[in-house]
Write a protein that binds this ligand. Sequence first.
Ligand SMILES: Nc1ncnc2c1ncn2[C@@H]1O[C@H](COP(=O)(O)OP(=O)(O)OP(=O)(O)O)[C@@H](O)[C@H]1O
Length: 249
Amino acid sequence: MSAPLLSVRGLDKKFGGLAAVQKVDMDLRPGVLTALVGPNGAGKTTLFNLITGNIEADSGEVLLDGASIRGRSPHHIARMGVARSFQDLRLFGRMTVRENVLAAIEHTAWLWQPGGRSARRAREAAVDQALERTGLTAQAGARAMDLAYAERKFLSVARILATGSRIWLLDEPASGLDVNSRARFVSLVRQAAAEGVTICLIEHNLDIVTELADRIAFLDRGAKLAEGEPQEILRDPELIGIYFGERRT
Ligand SMILES: Nc1ncnc2c1ncn2[C@@H]1O[C@H](COP(=O)(O)OP(=O)(O)OP(=O)(O)O)[C@@H](O)[C@H]1O
């Protein structure tokens, strides 16, 4: 098995008295697609927030290529190749589709950007490619707020694609997609994984998990209860019971 690209070790986060993430260990290995599965409130998004520096852990470590990134800013971690999407997408509604993608790869908010014309051309090419792969080329000039729901979801993926990041953390990227969009999404993610992107996906739809995931990490009430191959995890009656709300005491 190849060495992990990103590891979390003993991560803990409390909100007041609530243990949102408890002593979680997880490894993301190159090219492996891991699904984070668990009931509502299990701590999945909080785990992403801890990895990406959006919130600070109470204790534990996040290692990228074996070196600690705990305490770094979200911006810094993104620059190190860890890209993420949010459930609420966080698009710039009044900007065009193209501008939204470009903004994801411009390192400053200035009109002037480092690298001169050749860097500008490379960014434009990355935007074109991301729009094409997400099926948004024809909408490049539309405002993000005018897009259909599925198109907005694909735009959030285009923003990640264009960055060329080697790790993608996707928070419910397929929720609410119609059947056709879902199939397009699955093939887009598969292609990225085949190209070597390391993906961790929070997903409630177990069909999508089965189609995409190489591994499943199962969280409940902040703790990782199990991790393994999808067929192993999804056949475990206790885990499935927890997932569908048959609470243990
Ligand atoms: N900023 C916060 N302040 C207080 N409590 C929070 C905060 N963020 C999350 N929580 C709580 O921490 C727990 C874990 O939340 P989290 O959003 O990580 O779960 P989740 O597994 O992503 O859930 P879902 O599947 O519903 O998105 C929940 O009980 C949630 O209410």
